[in-house]
Design a protein around this ligand. Structure first.
Ligand code: AMP
Ligand code: MG
Length: 417
């Protein structure tokens, strides 16, 4: 067991090398309506050109741009509504009335908006000084995609846009990766269930539901086990059970206290430790290990990755976002795995910490003023047990290791949930 503390970058890289070897455990078919948030396991191909016909994007008049730009009045030769094919090609010196979403008649190369014409006595003219360019207000057949094109590949996270695209390709069902089952084993003699009335020195289990939500966000299926007490035997039994999942998250019991038994219990199950501490705050005692399978039918490849998260809620959340989410996303089949960072401008001076990279609960306004970064400020907090502060934050301010002080106005990184 190594006791050297890794830098954030070293620990992140190490987790990433493990993540690339993790693959989803299978696929299933789900209805399009149920596919939101799932990960695509198939190629989605265009079953026809998109758009399938040259489509008008406006209500107006299909024309030849060169004829319209003479501003002479042109004969109204016909009309097409969405859902119909034009009954003929566009005759010379004519326009064709057309509705948004309708196919443009053969021969037309632009659509004049209805607002831009003068119409009388069955004739229509483009009102000067306005002119129109060829192609205006028409999306040509196949401009978005050609029949047979690969539109989405396995690993894409399915959201509203991917659902719309699949619907447009005639896919009522999608092949998606199975969600990985992620065990959440909370530890601590002082921890009681949410429903229980805590004794004077007891704490409600907030990490269980919090980690379950984070696991779901990353594409996993949480499995919250009964909280394990700080006793070797009980913890060992609970950890053995947790190892039946695809990934194991433990919260608490990884610090240097007398009853922090997670590391020795992992060791007794034959764990291979990748690291047992990272130079970050909060989250320094984080443990990353692999526990060999006790099932003789499973080989070493299926050793369970196990993260021992420090029990303080902010520590658990930050270490999950940095190190747990990439593992869950990999098992879920997502192409994008890494934690998400953004840039913002600091609203106040903030002190760093020698030898530790810091992640402080912060609030970013995410304002999109051109040429300006969003503004971020720290939420006042009482340390890594402060759930109130975390609930009032929407990101974590990242302070580089050894930054003594970051001044108001500087550009900083923020960690997004
Ligand atoms: P530990 O990492 O076990 O030393 O715990 C650090 C702090 O986090 C202690 O104050 C614990 O009471 C608290 N804590 C541990 N587990 C949980 C949990 N599941 N929910 C809320 N707080 C917790
Ligand atoms: Mg504890």
């Amino acid at each position: 067991m190594s006791s050297a503390l890794l830098s954030y970058g070293e620990a992140q890289a190490l987790v990433a090398t493990h993540a690339v070897r993790l693959t989803p455990l299978g696929t299933e078919r789900v209805a399009l309506a149920e596919a939101n948030g799932r990960v695509l396991a198939q190629v989605l191909r265009a079953d026809r050109d998109q758009p399938p016909f040259s489509r008008s994007t406006r209500d107006g008049y299909a024309c030849r741009a060169a004829e319209a730009n003479t501003h002479h009045s042109l004969a109204l030769a016909g009309s097409t509504r969405a859902g119909e094919l034009p009954s003929a090609a566009l005759p010379i010196s004519s326009v064709w009335e057309i509705m948004t979403g309708a196919p443009v008649p053969e021969g037309a190369d632009a659509v004049i908006m209805v607002e831009h014409v003068g119409a009388s006595g069955g004739r229509v003219r483009l009102l000067p000084p306005r002119t129109i360019a060829p192609g205006e207000n028409i999306v040509a057949r196949g401009a978005q995609a050609r029949i047979g094109d690969e539109l989405l590949v396995p690993g894409a996270t399915i959201g509203f846009a991917q659902i719309a695209l699949a619907a447009s390709c005639g896919c009522p069902l999608l092949e998606v990766f199975l969600k990985p089952r992620v065990a959440i084993l909370n530890t601590g003699d002082e921890i009681v269930p949410v429903e229980a009335e805590p004794g004077p020195a007891e704490i409600r289990n907030s990490n269980g539901p919090m980690l379950a939500a984070l696991v779901r966000d990353a594409g996993g299926e949480p499995w919250v086990l009964p909280t394990a007490p700080d006793n070797t035997q009980a913890l060992e039994a609970a950890l053995r059970e947790a190892c039946e999942a695809d990934l194991v998250l433990i919260s608490g019991g990884v610090s240097a206290g007398k009853f922090d038994l997670v590391e020795p219990v992992m060791a007794s199950l034959g764990a291979r430790f990748h690291f047992t501490g990272v130079r970050i705050q909060p989250g320094k005692p984080l443990v990353f290990a692999e526990i060999p399978s006790t099932n003789p039918h499973q080989n070493e490849d299926r050793a369970k990755h196990c993260l021992g998260l420090p029990g303080n809620p902010v520590s658990s959340a930050v270490t999950f976002l940095l190190f747990g989410a990439p593992l869950v996303r990999a098992l879920a089949g997502r192409t994008h795995r890494g934690p998400r960072f953004a840039l913002a401008r600091l609203a106040e001076d903030v002190k760093g910490k020698a030898g530790l990279m810091r992640f402080l609960p912060a609030h970013c306004n995410f304002a999109a003023t051109p040429g300006e970064f969003p503004i971020v400020w720290c939420v006042e907090w009482q340390g890594s047990g402060d759930l109130v502060a975390m609930a009032h934050s929407n990101c974590f301010l990242v302070l580089p290791e050894d930054a003594e002080r970051i001044s108001v106005g500087e550009t900083v990184r923020i960690l997004l949930a």
